[in-house]
Write a protein that binds this ligand. Structure first.
Ligand code: NAP
Length: 248
């Protein structure tokens, strides 16, 4: 098959769902990964198909290596992977450092860091021109929390995203000569259900008043940046951390 394929982890809701819909509009065959939200993932697939696009949903827990490997193997049947977005992530609870538990950090880092690194490994194995691939584009989902320390009592989340930034910079050096462009996006306060943990949209809209642009961002505003990084319009952008944060 010669169709261009994009795989998005955590594509059933929020930012990932908007990336999926935008990518389908640009002609990608979109593979939407999710863990628990089968109905939501199918809803995104249905929206894409009714607009004339192509997509499929594949369940896999991206905090588990065997499930990540299966996800990529399943994805292979749809064509060669041109773009990969490592988007799946969680906040991992809200509590002061004195109440942090090992189990909490284990779960958080398994998805936000180890799962992201293992899924990126699978993408690089398929894309690398030095391994027989055709090259490709990878976007890692970080957060402005990586440089600000994040929201109060969510420093574990900030630490996990800082690990993503370090991984990005090293990976760019490793794969730049292998036909792969890799970049990271650092969203600020974006209106998705990830914020249900600390009161939902109503609460973050109040925080939005303190953002230099005076408002929170929308998932489509992050998706547009990701899709630009996957396009030829960003052909010399590599190893970059792009803030989508209204100046925050
Ligand atoms: P969201 O609305 O909560 O959506 C999270 C997505 O990740 C869902 O599709 C969810 O699927 C999936 N997911 C969670 N755990 C997973 C796992 N173990 N394996 C596979 N998929 C998993 O979150 P969002 O706000 O769109 O955030 C997306 C990314 O942007 C995250 O990495 C987040 O840290 C980052 N980010 C968000 C903001 C913001 O303000 N929203 C700011 C900075 C960075 P299921 O429903 O099936 O679990």
């Amino acid at each position: 098959m010669s169709q261009k394929v994009m795989l998005i982890t955590g594509g059933s809701r929020g930012i990932g769902a908007e990336i999926a819909k935008g990518a389908a509009n640009q002609g990608y065959f979109v593979i939407i990964n999710y863990t628990r939200g089968a109905k939501e993932a199918q809803g995104v697939v249905d929206q894409i198909k009714s607009a004339g696009g192509q997509a499929v949903a594949i369940q896999a827990d991206c905090s588990k290596e065997d499930e990540i490997v299966r996800l990529f193997k399943d994805a292979d049947q749809y064509g060669s992977l041109e773009a990969f977005v490592a988007n799946a992530g969680i906040i991992g609870g809200q509590n002061p450092v004195t109440e942090t538990t090992f189990a909490q950090l284990r779960e958080l880092f398994d998805i936000n860091v180890i799962g992201l690194m293992i899924s990126t490994r699978e993408a690089v194995k398929r894309m690398s021109t030095t391994l027989g691939g055709k090259g490709g584009r990878i976007v890692l989902m970080s957060s402005v929390a990586a440089r600000t320390g994040g929201i109060a009592q969510e420093i574990h989340y900030a630490a996990s995203k800082a690990a993503v930034d370090g991984f990005l910079m090293g990976l760019a050096k490793e794969v730049g000569n292998a036909g792969i462009r890799v970049n990271a996006v650092r969203p600020g306060l974006i209106g998705t259900s990830i914020h249900d943990l600390h009161g939902g949209r109503e609460v973050i809209e109040k925080w939005g008043a303190g953002v230099p642009m005076g408002r929170i961002g929308e998932p489509t505003e992050v998706a547009q940046t990701v899709l630009w990084l996957c396009s030829d319009q960003s052909s010399y952008i590599h190893g970059a951390l792009i803030d989508v944060s209204g100046g925050r």
